[in-house]
Design a binder for this molecule. Structure first.
Ligand code: HQG
Length: 180
C-alpha cells in the first residue's frame, strides 16, 4: 500500500472502528458514516482527502478494510470495531479448521481461557495459515493455533464472515484449540 494510502487507512480505521467522536462523526447502528460528512469533518486532519482519494484508498486497500454502500453515500469498516455496532452479518458454516496467529506471551492465558475477543467485537480467525502468520507477526514471532471450527459449529457456536473474508466468533474455548 502507498505510504499516503496507509496513513489514510489508519485514520479511517481509527474513526470508523474506534473513535468517530474524534472528528465529531456519527455512525449509525450498523456502523455506516455519511461520506460527505466524513469528508467535511476529516478536512482538518487530512486536507487533501476528497471523494476520489477516498475511493482509491477503499478500492486498493490491502485487506479490503472498508466498504461503501451501493450509491457511495455511506462508508463503514468491514470488521475490527471496538465501539458497539451491529454489522448485520448472518451466522455461517465455517471450514473444518481455522487459524489464529498470536505470540508466546499470550499462550498461558489462552491455554487457560481460550481465545477472547479482548477489545474487539469478536475473536478474529483466518482461513489461511499464511494470513494468521501475518496477524501474529504484528506482535513478534508468530505462533499459529489451529482451531477446530467445524466441531464448534456442530456444537452450535455461531460463526460470521466479514465482507473481507475474516471469520468471527465470540469466544474459542481451549478444548477447540490444537496446542502443539
Ligand atoms: C490475544 C488486524 C491473552 C490474541 C489483523 C491477539 C486481524 C489473548 C490479541 C485483526 C487471549 C488481540 C485482529 C487471552 C486472545 N489472553 N491474550 N485469553 N485471547 N488473545 O488485535 O486477532 O489491520 O484485537 O491472540 O490483521 O491480533 O486491524 O486481534 O494477539 O485481522 O484490519 O490478544 O486486526 O487487522 O489482538 O487481530 P487484536 P488479532 P486490521
Amino acid at each position: 500500500m502507498k505510504t499516503n494510502h496507509k496513513h489514510i487507512s489508519k485514520f479511517l480505521s481509527l474513526i470508523l472502528r474506534h473513535d468517530p467522536d474524534k472528528i465529531g462523526l456519527q455512525l449509525d447502528q450498523n456502523g455506516w458514516a455519511d461520506v460527505s460528512e466524513l469528508l467535511a469533518k476529516a478536512q482538518q486532519q487530512i486536507p487533501k482527502l476528497d471523494i476520489n482519494l477516498l475511493k482509491e484508498v477503499v478500492e486498493n486497500n490491502d485487506k479490503k478494510r472498508f466498504a461503501f454502500n451501493e450509491d457511495v453515500t455511506k462508508i463503514r469498516a468491514n470488521q475490527g470495531h471496538s465501539i458497539h455496532i451491529n454489522l448485520g452479518y448472518q451466522p455461517k458454516q465455517p471450514p473444518e479448521f481455522l487459524y489464529h496467529g498470536t505470540v508466546s506471551k499470550f499462550m498461558d492465558a489462552i491455554r487457560e481461557k481460550g481465545l477472547l475477543k479482548m477489545s474487539r467485537h469478536h475473536v478474529h480467525l483466518s482461513e489461511e495459515r499464511e494470513t494468521a502468520t501475518k496477524v501474529g507477526a504484528r506482535r513478534g514471532k508468530p505462533i499459529i493455533l489451529t482451531i477446530r471450527s467445524g466441531e464448534m459449529f456442530r456444537n452450535e457456536i455461531d460463526f460470521f464472515q466479514s465482507e473481507n473474508g475474516v471469520w468471527l466468533t465470540d469466544h474459542v474455548l481451549p478444548q477447540y484449540i490444537e496446542f502443539k
